[in-house]
Design a binder for this molecule. Structure first.
Ligand code: IVH
Length: 681
């Protein structure tokens, strides 16, 4: 029997995973470690396995990851760029090998063991040996066209070398864009000297550098590329049709690509386990970050036999490396108040070098986590950096709990350190909140968030600046920013003519930002950048959004009841409405995005277009839908209103539509659909 609690937990997990996907892929700014993320996905997968009725089409266990948040043109991959299943320990590796042995009995399997380079997957297309396109993985089906950016990379050959033989008419080469450790350190030093953004780790630096709108910035960034896979090809002959993964790598090398030279071929589960262990021990000697090893069946003909699940191939697995751990002293436990009023305890640590950087603070998540870990100020604690992203305190070091003179367990403060209001922890919730909607600490964070890069992108509004503006009585909401003058700023300490003018200019410029960024900037709980785009398509003005109902919102593709409720309750708050009114009066977020004069007869309807529709390009067909209030997502789900099928449609979209019973509309009837908003007979 499935309990209600399981249902709720699955929903929670899905929302959390979607949120972290947005942070990781959309913003290049992860909030949790890879291992904590993996744990969430694993818990969801376990639940779904026990109760298959919990599986949804858009479950992150089936979908590869990233929702697209981009100004790059979409590229539909000729074959999906899948993810890899993970092995967390030796047993997982052994049972994977055992499963394969059973699936292809009588085969003496061999495997390649490759370093799992921690960067971002890239697909390169060569036509007649000439580089024509580079695309990111995106959501696995559709990536982003970053051709202009990758064309600036010295490590990507423009022409396939003739040493590899006559090039195929078309060939796709897949691999990883990464930043070498030293290049990362040098880049951060340059960024710091120029007062620019410091990157958390090489992976984020690589992602941020690649996805620059201005490719000349990418050109200045030290990006490298390792090739590891041959994708779809046409007209391949000779050496371009290798029989094994080892031969693939050799051929890629001949063609002019860098290939990781640590790759080895092994023959049994024991050797796989031993090689992974050796890789793990040697990880710090490599000039690039690795987060694991990838083991692949060497014989490519078996790849076709073994096939894939919807998410990952069966012929490969990633062995995740154990996160690096260190011991240090817990100096204190403090709390911070976030923009939504959530109060988070964090550990103040004796600074310690772990997983490639120095750590001085680490989140402790919530009250229960502190209690469960039983860490107390003065303890020697274990600090871990998983996936080299966010550090975490694992627990007290061995023997600490028996330590003489150990302090009492830490008690969560009763009042907000900023405004003194009593903190609230609701029954059944793990989080503690400051309920005061006008709390100074929350306001500081809200304004910083509003000004952040993913939102209004106003430079020069860090925490200290914002606190200064609030304390001087100049700013009491994000809307007040638009009333600031240079004269006012000049009365404040630290401002000169230049900094005052540049802040005022930055604020004025932000009025041109598109409305979805303004919505992101409002910091509505649960609503990330991807959700904001969806919402804006259906409700293209702040005014329209403030009147949306839960039913209308949750009918939108990608918007669940939790997000819908959160938007509606945000809009029901009179303080928020006042701020929105002021923003609109200042002309913020009113410039752009479908002020369509057309009848909104597709409002809230998700219409997938596949194949060529006569009289339309892919973009103009999508635009025609959006202009009428609909959305045009790249994949079919239960919420899809209908699928418009043109010439040479995508087979997977059709199959999925059929299996879900989604209506199919012939391309010839697309105009009728646009004009009437109802399914043609
Ligand atoms: S093979 C079907 N080989 O790891 C997927 N991936 O977690 C084929 N990665 O998306 C991928 N090093 O970005 C492969 N030697 C390697 C890799 C590698 C890093 C990344 C890649 C992939 C991710 C999966």
């Amino acid at each position: 029997m499935m309990a209600n609690a399981d249902h709720t937990r699955a929903r929670e997990l899905r929302a959390q995973i979607a949120h972290h996907n947005d942070r990781y892929y959309g913003d290049d700014a992860p909030e949790i470690s890879d291992s904590s993320y993996d744990k969430l996905v694993r818990e969801l997968r376990d639940l779904e396995q026990r109760f298959p009725e919990l599986v949804t089409d858009d479950s992150p266990t089936k979908v590869v990851g990233s929702s697209l948040n981009s100004s790059f043109a979409p590229v539909v991959h000729a074959r999906p760029m899948q993810s890899l299943d993970n092995a967390f320990d030796d047993d997982d590796l052994r049972s994977w090998v055992e499963r394969l042995d059973k699936s292809v009995p009588g085969e003496a399997l061999t495997f390649t063991c490759e370093p799992k380079v921690d960067g971002l997957a890239m697909s390169l297309t060569y036509v007649d040996g000439v580089l024509v396109r580079g695309a990111t993985r995106g959501d696995g089906t559709t990536g982003e066209d970053v051709s202009a950016n990758i064309a600036t990379l010295a490590s990507i050959p423009r022409h396939l070398s003739s040493e590899a033989g006559a090039p195929p008419a078309m060939v796709e080469i897949r691999g990883e864009i990464y930043m070498a450790k030293q290049d990362f350190a040098d880049l951060n030093a340059r960024q710091a000297a120029a007062g620019e953004k410091i990157f958390v780790n090489p992976r984020n630096a690589a992602a941020g550098s690649l996805r620059q709108k201005d490719a000349s910035i990418t050109a200045t960034r030290p990006l490298s590329f390792f090739a590891y896979q041959l994708g779809p090809s046409e007209g391949a002959t000779g050496q371009w049709v290798p029989a094994t993964q080892r031969e693939v790598l050799d051929q890629l090398k001949r063609a002019g690509f860098s290939v990781a030279d640590q790759v080895v071929v092994v023959g049994c589960a024991d050797e796989v386990v031993a090689t992974c262990r050796a890789f793990e021990q040697g990880r710090h000697d490599l000039h690039f970050d690795v987060d694991g090893a990838v083991i692949k069946v060497n014989d490519l003909s078996l790849h076709r036999v073994l096939g894939s699940t919807s998410r990952a191939p069966r012929w490969a697995i990633a062995k995740k490396f154990a996160p690096e751990e260190q011991h240090t002293t817990l100096l204190d436990i403090d709390i911070s108040v976030g923009r939504t009023g959530r109060v988070t305890p964090f550990a103040v640590l004796e600074p310690i070098f772990v997983g490639g950087s120095t750590v001085g603070v680490a989140t402790l998540h919530n009250e229960d986590q502190v209690a469960a870990k039983d860490v107390r100020p003065g303890d020697l604690v274990v600090v871990r950096k998983a996936g080299d992203v966010i550090p975490e305190v694992v627990g007290p070091a061995p023997g600490q709990q028996q330590r003489a003179g150990r302090g009492a367990p830490w008690a969560f403060p009763a009042t907000c350190p900023s405004c003194g209001t009593g903190l609230v922890r609701s029954e059944g919730e793990s989080e503690t909140h400051c309920p005061n909607g006008r709390c100074r600490a929350q306001l500081i964070q809200q304004i910083c968030y509003f000004a952040s890069r993913g939102a209004l992108d106003i430079e020069g509004l860090g925490e200290q600046r914002v606190a200064q503006l609030i304390d001087a009585g100049l700013v009491n909401s994000v809307a007040d920013l638009y009333e600031l003058s240079s004269e006012q700023l000049l009365t404040l300490e630290g401002f000169g003519d230049l900094s005052a003018t540049s802040l005022i200019d930055g604020i004025a410029r932000s009025k041109q930002q598109s409305i979805h960024r303004v919505i992101v900037g409002l910091g509505i709980n649960e609503l990330g950048p991807a959700g904001a785009r969806v919402v804006v398509r259906a409700f293209p003005t702040l005014d329209a959004l403030s009147q949306a109902t839960v039913e209308q919102l949750s009918a939108l593709e990608g918007i669940g009841p939790a997000i819908a409720n959160s938007v509606v309750s945000f809009m029901a708050n009179t303080d928020h409405l006042e701020v929105l009114g002021k923003l609109m009066a200042h002309g913020v977020g009113v410039t752009e995005e479908t002020t369509s004069a057309l009848p909104q007869n597709l409002l809230g309807k998700a219409i997938v277009v596949t194949g060529a529709v006569e009289g339309f390009t892919r973009e103009s067909a999508e635009e025609a839908i959006v202009q009428r209030g609909g959305t045009s997502p790249g994949s079919v789900s239960k919420k899809t209103f209908c699928v418009v099928v043109g010439a040479a449609p995508g087979a997977s979209k059709l199959t999925k539509a059929e299996s879900l019973g989604i209506p199919i509309v012939a391309a010839a009837q697309f105009t009728i659909l646009l004009e009437t908003g109802v399914l043609p007979e």
